[in-house]
Every structure is written in C-alpha cells, then in structure tokens.
Design a protein around this ligand. Sequence first.
Ligand SMILES: Cc1cc2nc3c(=O)[nH]c(=O)nc-3n(C[C@H](O)[C@H](O)[C@H](O)COP(=O)(O)OP(=O)(O)OC[C@H]3O[C@@H](n4cnc5c(N)ncnc54)[C@H](O)[C@@H]3O)c2cc1C
Length: 405
Amino acid sequence: MSYDFATYDKNYHTEADVVVIGAGIFGLSTAYFLSKMGKKVIVLEKKDVGSGASGSNEAWVWLSTRTREVLPFVRFSQQFYTNIEETIGYDVEYNNCGGYIIAESQEEMDFLAKYCEQRWKDGLPEIHMIGQEEFHKRERGYSPHVMGGTYNPLDGCVNSILVCVGFASAVRDLGNEVWTKTDITAINLKGKKVHEVVTNRGTIRTDCVVNAAGSWAADIGKLVNVDVPCKPERMTVLVSEPVAPYINNVSMTGKYLLDELNKAEQAAAAEAGEAEASAVYVYTQMKKGNLLLGSTEDFVGYDRRVNFENPKAIAKVIGDINPEIRDKKVNIIRAFANFFPFTMDNNPIMGPVPGVEGFIMATGLNGGGMAIGIGAGYTTAQYCAFKETHFRIDYFDIQRKSLWT
Ligand SMILES: Cc1cc2nc3c(=O)[nH]c(=O)nc-3n(C[C@H](O)[C@H](O)[C@H](O)COP(=O)(O)OP(=O)(O)OC[C@H]3O[C@@H](n4cnc5c(N)ncnc54)[C@H](O)[C@@H]3O)c2cc1C
C-alpha cells in the first residue's frame, strides 16, 4: 500500500467538470461522490493527502454534540462508515463503540439532562442519560466523583488518515485524479464565471471549483476576491503507547460541550488577546490500542507547535477524571497539535458564492469533520452535479449573519 499519491500524477488532464481544492475529508469525499456521479474531477492538494486537519485529529465520529443543522450529514456519515470497507474498498478501522458526555457535578448532570431533551427534539432520539451507578458498573478507571451523563450508541471512532487515503484511493480507482504537492497560482474568471485554475503543473479548464481548503479556505477565496469567514483553531492531543482494550467508549466531559457552545466568545477573547487554552477531557482508544487523550483548544493562527503548558494541563485533567490512566503509568509517547477550520456559529460554509458563478464553498467543519464530512461532501457533490441537494444546504450559506457577527 502506498500513501504517495504523487506517483499517480502521470496523466494530467487539462479539463475537468469539477476541480476540488484540498485533499482533506471534505474535498476527498466531495470528489468521491462526484466520481460516482460520473463527473471528471481533479483534486488539487498543496501538500499530501490528509496533511491538514483530517489526517491527524482525535478521531471521533461523534454525533452527540453536533449542531441541529448538520445532524442529517452526521447521520449520513455514520451510516456510510458502517459499510465503508465494502463501499470504498478500504478498511478505515471504524469502531461504532458508543460515546459518553460525562458530568462531574449535579449541576452538570442537570445541564446534560436538559441537553439530552433538546437533542431528541433536534432529531437524535438515540441519546439518553446514564446514572452514576450504571456508569461505574459499565466503565472502569473513572474517578468516583464522575456522576454518569449522556450515552449515545451511534458515536464511535475511526482512523482518520486511513479515511483520507481510502477516499483518495477510491477517487483514483474511479478514474479521477488527486494531484499532490501542487501550488495553485490563480483562478481565472471569464466575466463572473469560473473559467480555469492555474497551477505549477499546468492550467485546468473547468466551470466549477470547490474550495475545500479547510483552515486555508480564506486564502483560496482571495484568488477570486471572496472573503471567507473561517480561521484556524488549534487543538493539542496526547498519544499513549498501545495498551490492552481499556474503556469501551469514546468520552468527553460536559465542560468540553460547554466550551463548544461558547466558542464564539472564546474566539472574540482570543482576538482581544485575553484567551487562555483551557484543558478538557476527551478520550478515544484506537483499534491498535493507543489512547488519544485531550485536549486544549486555542487560537494562535497557523502555529502547529506543541508548547509546554498544554500537554501538562491535559495530563492533569486526564488524571483527575480517570486516575487509573495516571496511576498505572500508561506512557505518553507523543503530543501533537493541529488546527481545524473554525466558524463563528460552529457550522460549515457550503454552496455557491454570489457574484462568482461556479465557485463552491466547502469548509468550516470545525471540530466535527470526521462526523460531518462525508454527508457534507455528498451534499456538495450533489450541488455541483445537479444544483439540487437531498439535504438542506441553504443553512450554510456564506452570507448568513451568524458567520459575520
Ligand atoms: C487536533 C484535532 C482533533 C480533532 N478531533 C476531531 C474528532 O475527534 N472528530 C471530528 O469529527 N473532528 C475532529 N477534528 C476536526 C476535523 O479534523 C476537521 O473538521 C476536518 O478534518 C476538516 O476537514 P477539511 O477537509 O475541511 O480540512 P483539512 O483536512 O484541513 O483539509 C484541507 C486541505 O486543503 C489543503 N490546502 C490548503 N490550502 C491549499 C491550497 N492553496 N492549494 C491546495 N490545497 C490546499 C491542505 O493542505 C489540506 O490538506 C479535529 C481537529 C483537530 C485539529
């Protein structure tokens, strides 16, 4: 198996129905579904397949906390993952293990019970509350102060880089191309319509460009004078040595959820230079046994370095919630930081852009791209191919007020 997609870049096309910019989950799943719809597609990637947020993250396929607007996408993605190996011919280590949002106080328990009721109204009836006794019966290693919380059997996890490589391979198997290590120098318009994409490897004639450049989508927007309200948010995660199967589910604390709900305030504070990274408990065990332990989130531009403070803060939170991981001295083998495409209302930016015909947005997956991305890619592909979509796309319009305030 080769991860080097550069070796597939032999037969350059000079024409395509659609050019997709960015080989993350959004761009690759869009290209995959377009390929299935019989379209000629070229994916352009400045680095490598999965080299952005999609290739290294916390790996949850997490439905519990996704916004009401994207729930149809995450349901689609979750269904897709259950058969992904047969569908794209690639094992991505999907594990439909279920997931908790855990409470550390009665106050958080009450908050989660209300949240749960709201989720039922939003269209997620599978999520339900688990009491303290039942929780500790099911799961080991947690501090006795953990009171239980929500449980959703649909949540799970996946190996993110394998998802990217799997989709890229499928795009290639369907006769289309992924050009890696490719610089885009211009998107030329004819009048107000997309006409061609100029790269360091040649010029591609096309009527349709999908901007799936993740945290860099604003740079691509500038090529056609479009402001894209999306910026990078950094997340830091610890990785442990492989250990025997441990906790059975993915889990996070209610504090993570609260942080997610207050993201716009944090971003504003960061802009004012007042924000600090706050550590919250998130937990995943990969199929090969490594624990992914997180995390901190902060706004530091495109700085992907791991600092000293964030890993220490994460280790403290993990030890407080799950002392067994600390006391058994599970070794941490590395820490990584990466950033994802943040938007002010925590929802994607998708669909056409007024004034530039054929320029289609596909970014803003925020902290949920592994769950939202496949459904959002399917919808973007439908829009490019038919100008009609099965799921609503109008919620994600680039001009909506909540992106700009
Ligand atoms: C640490 C971390 C943990 C996370 N945990 C989870 C999780 O547990 N579950 C979950 O669902 N989500 C999680 N996320 C979020 C998820 O990773 C993102 O929402 C998702 O990967 C975004 O996908 P994307 O395709 O839009 O962007 P990306 O994956 O960033 O892809 C964009 C691509 O565009 C390319 N590009 C940029 N500029 C250009 C250019 N000029 N020309 C060509 N190509 C270009 C980049 O190189 C990149 O490959 C996490 C993110 C991080 C950073």
